[in-house]
Design a protein. Sequence first.
Length: 137
Amino acid sequence: MDKANLLKVFNSNSNTLMQTLDIEFVDFGDDYVTAKMPVTPKVYQPDGILHGGATVALAETVGSSAAYILNKDSKRTIRGIEISANHLKSISSGYVYATARPVNKGKTIQLWEIRVTNEENELISICKLTTYSRKSL
């Protein structure tokens, strides 16, 4: 499947957290997947900045999708099994972009680094996601 059609498929998730948070996949390549999310009041913490939980939801979405896309085996099921995040800069408007790149692409266990940046490419958060891959039942 070509890039445009695969992005269309990944962006057609209705009734999911991706739809709730308005996450949109925007690009992928041989070693990365990128998605964006608008920073609006619905993803704020009480003091009007991006909630760390929304950032982590974006990071896990992108990392798990990267594990699926870059694995190139549609007969495998991917699950996130651990995630950690360091939030380095706050943001209250615009978009954040999350780009997942593999640290280690093992057959069963994969490790991903997800960098979350603002529209000026300033680092907002850095996350680490461990995924588990197995043959689909």
